[in-house]
Design a protein around this ligand. Structure first.
Ligand code: SF4
Ligand code: MG
Length: 333
């Protein structure tokens, strides 16, 4: 099977050595040897706390950062082997929607120009044709064309995110990386934007990577979910399997934090509390990086790093003692 995107052994180390005298280099291993794939038309959620490497992963795929090691295959082609026109073309097929619609849009550009810019640069579009393309993009994201001459500051957060989405759609991308696209918005607006994104996905056969802080944010939109911790993927599987029966203690901990509205279900619920903060990625714990916070940790966990293995079909976990009775939550509550 050829995946739309395949990431193999991907690493991003930042040099954080202090001073130039020291021979010993120090690295912040923001992304440390991760593997995953994304199928055409699906949404892969990537979840984890700040500093787990999820945004860095998105930025690496977008080619906004240079990788340290590994492969990023888009339609089977390693993007880092492409040059010139071929690279430009492929890159246009991957777009990004940013967390902060307040700072990702140029404040001095009118809405029309913001959306028109990629069409001008990549397709030399102009005149009436360009105008129609921009209006069509505005229409599909639910923006009235009378807004075209306004500036970003004249809009609400949700509308700004619509402008960002229209811009991202302009070059008819195949893959859109959505980096916490609704976390800066009011709750009532969040679902509007998520619904819009789901509709666009269907209408334009889009594939999404949806990056979020917590599991509730990816519950509805994802087909599969990867959980990251300190630069590693610790679990990756379908949304149903992950929410119903997590294998990794960290996933179980994240699920314990998901609020349950029904009080009878709440009482039955097994909870594990994640103690403390995530350690610094500049100085991760030995062995299993989660061992300092894991309620199930044993001696082996401190010395030996668990590999991501396929514990059950299409259910990958990196843990020496994967949970047999992991406590999830009902997905449709
Ligand atoms: Fe916990 Fe050990 Fe599994 Fe790490 S390997 S998650 S410390 S049980
Ligand atoms: Mg981030």
């Amino acid at each position: 099977e050829q995946y739309l995107l395949e990431v193999k052994g991907l690493k991003k180390y930042f040099d954080v050595s202090e001073g130039w005298l020291k021979k010993e280099k120090q690295y912040l291993k923001a992304v440390d040897d991760i593997d995953f794939y994304v199928k055409q038309g699906e949404t892969l959620g990537i979840v984890g706390e700040s500093g787990c490497g999820k945004s860095t992963t998105g930025n690496l795929i977008m080619q906004l950062l240079d990788k340290t090691e590994g492969e990023i295959l888009f339609e089977g082609v390693d993007l880092s082997t492409l040059k010139g026109e071929a690279l430009r073309k492929k890159r246009a097929e991957i777009q990004m929607i940013f967390q902060d619609p307040f700072s990702s849009l140029n404040p001095r550009m009118r809405v029309f120009e913001i959306i028109a810019e990629p069409l001008r640069t990549h397709q030399a579009a102009k005149g009436k044709k360009l105008e129609n393309q921009v209006y069509e993009l505005m229409e599909v994201v639910g923006l009235d064309r009378s807004y075209a001459r306004r500036y970003p500051h004249e809009f609400s957060g949700g509308q700004r995110q619509r402008i960002g989405i229209a811009r991202a759609l302009a070059l008819k991308p195949k893959l859109i990386i959505c980096d916490e696209p609704v976390s800066a918005l009011d709750v009532s607006i969040q679902s509007q934007i998520l619904n819009l994104m789901a509709k666009l996905q269907k209408d334009f056969q889009l594939t999404y990577i949806f990056i979020a802080h917590g599991l509730p944010a990816v519950k509805h939109i994802s087909d599969r979910v990867a959980v990251m911790y300190l630069g590693k993927i610790v679990e990756i599987t379908t949304k149903e399997k992950l929410f119903h029966q997590p294998f990794h203690p960290y996933t179980e901990g994240l699920l314990s934090a998901v609020p349950i509205p029904d009080p009878t279900l709440r009482e039955q619920k097994h909870r594990i509390i994640l103690e403390g903060d995530m350690p610094s990625p500049a100085n991760p714990p030995s062995g299993c990086r989660f061992h300092t916070r894991c309620p199930y940790a044993q001696e082996q966990c401190k010395g030996e790093e668990p590999k991501l293995i396929e514990e059950k079909p299409d259910h990958f976990v990196a843990c020496h003692f994967p949970l047999k009775e992991g406590h999830g939550v009902l997905i449709d509550q």
